[in-house]
Design a protein around this ligand. Sequence first.
Ligand code: GAL
Length: 246
Amino acid sequence: MALNYSQPPYLNPVIPFSGKIQGGLQDGLKITVTGTVLYNQGTRFAVNFHSGPSDKDIAFHFNPRFEESGYVVCNTKQNGSWGPEERKMSMPFQKGIPFELSFLVGSCDFKVMVNGSHFVQYSHRVPFHRVDTLSISGAVHLSSISFQPPGMWPANSAPITQTVIHTVHSTPGQMFPNPVTPPMVYPNPSYSLPFFTSIPGGLYPSRSIIVSGTVLPCAQRCGSCVKATASRCPWTVSTCLNTTTA
Ligand code: GAL
């Protein structure tokens, strides 16, 4: 299966940062910013998705403000003029504490996640495919800006919250002795989809592979596929769960 091209990350970008989003925004693209809010460089920082390199057209301005009890302003600037603000009156960031901030581009909105939890969504006011530049400024130190292309993350959805894959073997009464392969676990809290991995020890009768996770509310179908690529008896098993959406 061909994977979509993934733009290389920006590592340790200097603030103020401005950089290209290769290919522009696309439905399903996820952009993740990691960094730390600084104590003494002001009370705000902003992540801006620009339509073109100028400051006059910003499709999405995400602007945490450490003022009053802390809130986040979302807005759009068109031809130099700000539109009506959407304010979320809570502050998911803490000064001095590292954060992970993700923007998932959907067909209707940006979904913003902070440290893995949904924080806010912002409906598109201008066509998102015009956006080709990202800028970040203010009281923040950045570690990375990374890009996860469509197809590796389900659009219009919350993230998968937990996926654990492990193998189980040695069942009583089995017909074939199992090779000695220790059970193994892939313990990450979430994986990019589609997920690929080799199976240490390969497959053999009675060996089980257990995949646990969460089917997303918007799912129409999900499946798993196990392929033997270097076997005397090449075979493929695929399973597919079909659900309907309202
Ligand atoms: C203004 C502020 C801008 C931008 C805008 C968003 O008051 O000067 O930087 O945050 O609000 O509505």
